[in-house]
Structures are given as structure tokens and as C-alpha cells.
Design a protein around this ligand. Structure first.
Ligand code: IPE
Ligand code: IPE
Ligand code: MG
Ligand code: MG
Ligand code: MG
Length: 317
């Protein structure tokens, strides 16, 4: 049963583990084309909060999934997310110079390579989800865990994960939300449309993270549990972007590792521009409570997910 005080060490150990797993999931920088592989690693390794992997592990732990199984969706989710950031920062999109405390990929490697980094990371995510080695198992993501992963991954589960991640990334998920974001510049959107945009561009991948973890258990997930986790994930998926909007308006470059104040400068419709700071804070808190309520009947096995909901919202408190 996780104690609140365990939370930080738990997070740190997953983040450390993810560094190794992500590194192993990417081709070496010395592999041709070296510039592309170097830039892919630059985009992925050594930065980011890793919230999607953390959610995937927390949901997976709840259903009793083997940790080595969870490495696979956790890495794939983070690769898709990193790709979305590289493209989001391009001049044709948000035109950002800083990401995760360093120059954006296009500032460091040029725009053409940044486009290809996104393309290749997206493909790599699906390689990770589906790769079979000659022994018939999944791709090795870490020294200590690879053998067991080979034994337990089945084709049905792989297909389910692929479908889940593809939906969350595509035109009815993240990429669709990004298209809505770009076509909304300078507009005052009705609240329902702003919510849809946020749910797609950010919520979809966060929801997929919870679902992919929840489907990694040894037995099929019970319908009531799946419903509860769906409500939880929808709430924190939206909360995450509300908090991102708030931080853009209020935080410093050094805490964010990216340029603040960009949303107002680029006339993006956000929760802050629509509701103001106070009401956006209140909404984030409401969504946190909604997430907790969804977990209420699950008992202590959902504590990690509850702690993650708090962490997502407390970033801005
Ligand atoms: C930023 O995501 C972009 C959004 C989807 C809001 P994160 O805040 O998760 O970025 P990293 O991974 O920690 O850098
Ligand atoms: C990005 O939203 C959502 C993505 C799918 C990457 P933002 O444009 O607000 O993310 P940041 O603030 O640049 O990280
Ligand atoms: Mg954007
Ligand atoms: Mg952006
Ligand atoms: Mg933002």
C-alpha cells in the first residue's frame, strides 16, 4: 500500500528507469544517419517530467501488471509525446526556442531535421510496441527486465496498444487537437470548443497512458474499473492542459524550461484567456477532485494515481 511519503522516491525511480529504457529504445548516435539519431536522442533523453509513463506505471501497478511489461507502453507513449513537442515548437507551429531547458530541436539541428525527428520518433514508438526479436519476444528495453518481457507479451495485447496509441496520436487525438489549436489563433472560442481542443491535443495521450497501463494486467480489466479509470484520466487530461495554460501565464523560464508568456503573445485561446487566472485555478482544483472521486471506490490500490492527480495540479498551486 503506497504511503504519501513514498511518492517522490517512486517517481524518481520510475524516471531513472525511464532514462535507461528510452536510451535503449533509440538507435545509437553513431548509427547512420548520425545527425538524425543524435537529434532524436537530444529530443528524448534527459528531460521532461515523464508524466505519461508515470501514469502508465501507476495504472499498471493498480491492475497487478508486471513492471517489465509496462516499460513497453511507457516508452512508446513518451516517444510520441517527445515527437509532439518537437513539432509543436517548429516555426510553423508555436515557434519556440526553448524546451526542457535547452534550445529546441530545430534551433539546434535545423527545421528539416526537426521534422524528421518527429517523424522518426513516431515510427520508433510503434517499433517499440511491436518489435519482435528472434526469440519471439518484445524489444529489450532494459538489462534486468528484458527476458521476462519476452515471455509475457502477446500479439493481442500488442495490437490493442498499437490501436490505442495510434488513435490518441492521430487526427482524432493529439494531431487533431494541434490542428484546432493552430486554426484558433486570434479567436475567442466557445468554452465547449476550447475544452475539445485541450482534450484532444493533450488529454488524448494522457488518457491513453492510463488505458495502456490498465490493459497490461494478467487478466482482462473489469468494466467498472475501466469506467472509473476513464473518468479519472479524462479529468487529469484536461487538468494537465489547464495547468500548462496557467504556468504559461505565471511561471518563469527557469522553472518551466520553456519560454513563458507565449500563449498571450501568440493570441492562443486558453483557459487563462477565457476564464482568467482565478477561475482557471478553481477549474484545475475541480478536476483534481473529480479525478479523486473517480478513484474513491478503488481503495488503496489507486493511491498512486490519486497522488499523480495531486502532483499535476499542485505544480501550479
Ligand atoms: C507539455 O507537456 C506539452 C503539453 C502537452 C501540455 P509536458 O509538460 O508533459 O512536457 P515535458 O514532457 O514535461 O517536457
Ligand atoms: C502542446 O500544447 C500540446 C502538444 C500536443 C505538444 P502547448 O503548445 O501549450 O505546449 P507547450 O506549452 O509548448 O509545452
Ligand atoms: Mg502548441
Ligand atoms: Mg507550444
Ligand atoms: Mg502551453
Amino acid at each position: 500500500m503506497p504511503e504519501p511519503l513514498d511518492f517522490k522516491p517512486w517517481m524518481q525511480s520510475i524516471c531513472q528507469h525511464m532514462e535507461v529504457a528510452l536510451e535503449r529504445a533509440l538507435p545509437e548516435s553513431s548509427t547512420v544517419p548520425t545527425i538524425l539519431h543524435e537529434a532524436m536522442r537530444y529530443a528524448v533523453v534527459g528531460g521532461g517530467k515523464r508524466i505519461r509513463p508515470l501514469l502508465c506505471y501507476a495504472a499498471g501497478e493498480l491492475v497487478g501488471a508486471a513492471p517489465q511489461m509496462l516499460d513497453i507502453p511507457a516508452v512508446a507513449l513518451e516517444l510520441i509525446h517527445a515527437y509532439s513537442l518537437v513539432h509543436d515548437d517548429l516555426p510553423a507551429m508555436d515557434n519556440d526556442d526553448w524546451r526542457r531547458g535547452q534550445p529546441t530541436v530545430h534551433r539546434r539541428y535545423g527545421e528539416a531535421i526537426a521534422v524528421l525527428v518527429g517523424d522518426a520518433l513516431q515510427a520508433q514508438a510503434f517499433i517499440v510496441l511491436t518489435h519482435h526479436n528472434p526469440r519471439g519476444g518484445a524489444v529489450s528495453l532494459s538489462h534486468e527486465r528484458s527476458d521476462a518481457a519476452h515471455d509475457i507479451l502477446d500479439a493481442h495485447r500488442q495490437a490493442q496498444w498499437v490501436r490505442e496509441l495510434a488513435w490518441a496520436s492521430g487526427s482524432l487525438g493529439m494531431a487533431g487537437g494541434q490542428a484546432l489549436d493552430l486554426s484558433s489563433v486570434g479567436l475567442t472560442l466557445p468554452r465547449a470548443q476550447l475544452e475539445t481542443m485541450h482534450r484532444l491535443k493533450t488529454g488524448a495521450l494522457i488518457e491513453a497512458a492510463v488505458r495502456m497501463g490498465a490493459h497490461a494486467g494478467p487478466t482482462p480489466i473489469e468494466p467498472e474499473l475501466e469506467t472509473a479509470l476513464g473518468v479519472y484520466a479524462r479529468a487529469i487530461g484536461l487538468a494537465f492542459q489547464v495547468v500548462d495554460d496557467l504556468l504559461d501565464a505565471t511561471a518563469t523560464a527557469s522553472t518551466l524550461g520553456k519560454t513563458p508568456g507565449k500563449d498571450a503573445l501568440q493570441a492562443k485561446p486558453t483557459y487563462v484567456s477565457m476564464l482568467g487566472l482565478e477561475a482557471s485555478h478553481a477549474l484545475a482544483q475541480e478536476l483534481r477532485i473529480e479525478a479523486h472521486l473517480a478513484l474513491e471506490r478503488l481503495g488503496h490500490r489507486a493511491d498512486r494515481l490519486a497522488q499523480l492527480a495531486d502532483w499535476v495540479v499542485e505544480r501550479v498551486s
